[in-house]
Design a binder for this molecule. Structure first.
Ligand SMILES: NC(=O)c1ccc[n+]([C@@H]2O[C@H](COP(=O)([O-])OP(=O)(O)OC[C@H]3O[C@@H](n4cnc5c(N)ncnc54)[C@H](O)[C@@H]3O)[C@@H](O)[C@H]2O)c1
Length: 416
């Protein structure tokens, strides 16, 4: 899931048993209501509003708009800003980029009144409540911290931070200041994810044994950070599959991995010829407990005849098998096209959930803003994002040391 500047190329449940329900709080008055029901309504309403086909009930009372600033006006801002500027719950008041020309250009294009050359000027400038962080992967941790310390809610592109400890500290700062922190990706919000989780919960696959997920392409060619320390194919690409598999099969107990660099030098738009110093090829084994094992394969050296186009990808990129059933997600988990299912009772592979029901991968920050405006919760949680971050850092540790790494973090599961 990657796209170049000004390009439109895409980057690329239901309970086993009812988990604890969050109690309603002033910040989250709807917490005890079904989160997927809310999400589905929201996604459909958002899509219909964007297309002009829906007015909200009580439309005479305009929705509360969350004053929003976006930092990082590169490639992915071309995906976020069209969403944010269409949302009835968002008012984009400022943009920021250390390449000020980029912030100026996006401010003009998306009619945003204020733009700034750094986070300090942004925080001191036009007031806002919610920061959307789409900067380089290595920058998120410090920018998210600055924003939280300045009293802003944060939606961060992945990863939220570079280590589990730093991410947990950010969450502590957020909780202390009664602020919200969320991180991409939002694969658990798709109706295809929901369908797969429902089949698992209903026992349709029998005794679940194994799963495989894969995602790769030839690698971004515009920015060096993807290949530098703190970048790599794990937090850029495998993060989607790891989120989906842990979301479907449960928190991971142990990780083993082998990582490598296949292409040690690359040419990228911002720095020319560079050395690749973070993995561009990854094989990660996940132990979900109770004997369930899964495997994620990802990298920046994968030829794909469809390039970055999610909607043209029709392979199964996630497959799960058990003693009496098989399930394959059609297309990528960030833009799934359906789910194929075969069971002992119904052994012909049949396709389900071909309707996205309004889900698009670029919508995470919109959903977060809606949550801030109305209290409607997301299925995406910071605890899950931090667990995925721990898996990524554990995979690196495992590969370097040649050993299995036990994890310490967890998240609320099942994701419903
Ligand atoms: N490009 C995509 O299609 C895509 C898709 C999904 C997720 N992402 C994620 O989005 C993030 C950004 O990726 P991108 O492809 O847009 O990269 P990019 O290089 O195109 O854009 C990043 C921008 O952030 C700016 N920036 C860096 N440090 C900054 C700082 N301290 N303050 C202000 N601005 C700063 C850079 O100048 C640049 O304009 C990454 O986490 C990436 O994994 C990208």
């Amino acid at each position: 899931m990657t796209c170049e500047m000004n390009s439109t190329r895409l980057p690329a449940d239901i309970s086993l048993n009812e988990g604890p329900i969050d109690p309603p709080t002033p910040m989250n008055p709807f917490a005890s209501t079904d989160r997927r029901g809310f999400t589905k309504t929201t996604l459909l309403a958002g899509a219909a509003l964007a297309s002009g086909s829906l007015s909200l009930p009580g439309a005479e009372t305009p929705a509360k708009r969350i004053r929003t600033g976006l930092i990082g006006c590169g490639s992915v801002s071309n995906q976020y800003l069209p969403q944010l500027t269409q949302s009835p719950f968002v008012e984009v008041v400022s943009l920021c980029d250390i390449k000020p020309e980029r912030a100026r250009r996006q401010a003009e294009r998306f009619h945003v009144a204020h733009h700034y050359p750094d986070i300090q000027a942004m925080l001191a400038g036009e007031p806002f409540d919610f920061l959307v962080d789409t900067t380089d992967m290595q920058e998120h941790e410090k920018i998210n911290r600055r924003a939280l310390e300045a009293g802003k809610h944060v939606w961060s592109e992945k990863p939220i931070a570079n280590t589990l400890a730093a991410g947990q500290e950010l969450l502590r700062v957020a909780n202390r200041n009664k602020l919200r922190l969320w991180g991409a990706p939002i694969t658990v919000q798709s109706p295809q994810f929901a369908f797969m989780a429902r089949q698992l919960a209903a026992g349709k696959l029998g005794r679940v044994a194994a799963a495989h997920a894969n995602y790769g392409h030839e690698g971004p060619d515009w920015s060096a950070f993807f290949y530098e320390k703190g970048g790599g194919s794990l937090p850029d690409l495998a993060v989607y599959n790891i989120t989906s598999l842990s979301g479907l099969l449960g928190p991971v107990k142990n990780v083993m991995a082998m990582l490598s660099i296949v292409t040690p030098e690359r040419t990228v738009g911002d720095k020319g010829r560079i050395q690749v110093t973070e993995e561009d090829n990854a094989m990660v084994l996940l132990d979900h407990g109770n004997g369930v094992l899964s495997h994620v394969q990802s990298g920046f050296n994968y030829f794909n005849p469809n390039g970055h186009e999610g909607r043209n990808e029709t392979r199964h990129t996630i497959s799960i098998v058990g003693s009496s059933g098989f399930m394959g997600m059609v297309g990528y988990d960030w833009e799934p096209l359906g789910v194929d299912l075969a069971t002992k009772d119904s052994p012909r592979l049949e396709r389900h959930v071909t309707n996205p029901e309004g889900y698009v991968w670029q919508q995470g920050a919109n959903l977060a803003a809606e949550c801030l405006a109305t209290g409607k919760e997301l299925l995406v949680t910071p605890e899950h994002a931090l667990h995925v971050l721990e898996i990524i850092t554990a995979a690196r540790e495992s590969s370097a040391a040649g050993k299995r790494i036990a994890l310490t973090s967890t998240f609320r599961w099942p994701v419903v």
